[in-house]
Design a protein around this ligand. Sequence first.
Ligand code: NAP
Ligand code: GDD
Length: 360
Amino acid sequence: MTAVRISPRSSARQGSKSLRTALVTGVLGQDGAYLAKTLLDEGYRVIGGIRRTSSVNPWRLEELGIRDHVDLVPLDLLEQSNVQRTIGRIRPDLLFNLAAQSFVGTAFEEPVYTTMVDGVAVLYLLEAIRSHAPETRFYQASTSEMFGKAVVVPQTEDTPFHPRSPYGVAKVYGHWITVNYREAHGLHASSGLLFNHESPLRGIDFVTRKITHGLARIRCGLQDRLELGNLEARRDWGHAADYVRAMYAMTQRPAGSTYVVATGADHSVRDFLALALQASDIEVRWEGEGRDERCLDAATGRPLVTINPRFYRPAEVDRLVGDSSRAKRDLGWQPTIGFPALVEEMVRADYDRVRRSVDA
Ligand code: NAP
Ligand code: GDD
């Protein structure tokens, strides 16, 4: 795979050669796409790091209409020599590390790989910055999963970590090594403790998108039912488009720091499902209890949602809810899209996509 060169369209949008440059690892993921759009809007040249694959799939950049405005470079975080060369060559003004094995369920099956990408590779990036680009401002994508079995609700920057998955443990390392390089080497390095954020661009394995995509397929007759795990798990769900603004704002402060980014309100998976069913115009009734509970189509009695223990986690994070007072105060950040609007947007987007594919 060769680097995709800056295209005439992207040059036109950027307008000048003296643009500030932002490098985004994991640019093809949910946050990468929204962040790339934010950075382009802020006037940056955006270079996106991607890992090698036989077929690059930039569908999220296409959905946001920015595919031709982002330069893609090969940047697998596990190839340290390439990380060094790429950062040394680009010497970006801003570097956002969003690349990760980000699915908590998979982390239990692939703990070593997850630890390397989500933990050790953060050190590769910081070392490259220290050696080749000490003026680069760094953002590390940390996570509420690091709080895990939190005894304090809501969680703040001072809440102790108790991660409950290899993913959370690896991210704790990524967080502390970022803090360490800030303190020991004076880098402008920030860590965002971001709570769950979703959107129509969310990966299909995560519970919110699994629900909205599954219901769209059920409505279009492509799927009979949806199998879920723990309906009582609670999360503080915001919208990714809001959260990437906080990432950018952290890099614009005089010094790097750590910030919680969250809405401050939590909801259960059951709440999300109920709103999604409502937005899909599907009337249901529930029967049974615990793992035998089922959600039936009120009109036909057909099971629409059943419980499959396969989707339970070996160790669960029961209640994550964040207090982002510090981000509000220092970054002037606050969420603009509420929970019902988020669910409705995801339901509508998935229904439109599935409908289009059926009609095609
Ligand atoms: P995502 O959609 O899963 O995107 C992750 C990206 O990382 C993907 O594009 C993936 O590449 C890339 N990647 C994986 N392994 C890589 C490697 N070895 N080298 C280079 N790239 C690699 O995740 P997201 O939701 O956008 O999240 C962005 C970041 O924020 C992640 O670090 C995540 O852990 C963290 N975070 C997310 C949330 C949330 O609720 N979304 C909350 C807190 C923190 P492919 O496209 O090739 O798969
Ligand atoms: N994925 C999934 N699938 N989760 C389910 C299901 C199911 O069928 N049924 C219930 N759940 C519950 C999980 O047990 C979990 O408690 C909750 O739904 C949310 O799961 P995910 O959507 O997979 O997200 P997550 O909270 O584990 O992780 C996401 O948020 C983290 C921030 O707290 C990811 O984006 C991580 O990368 C991120 O760090």
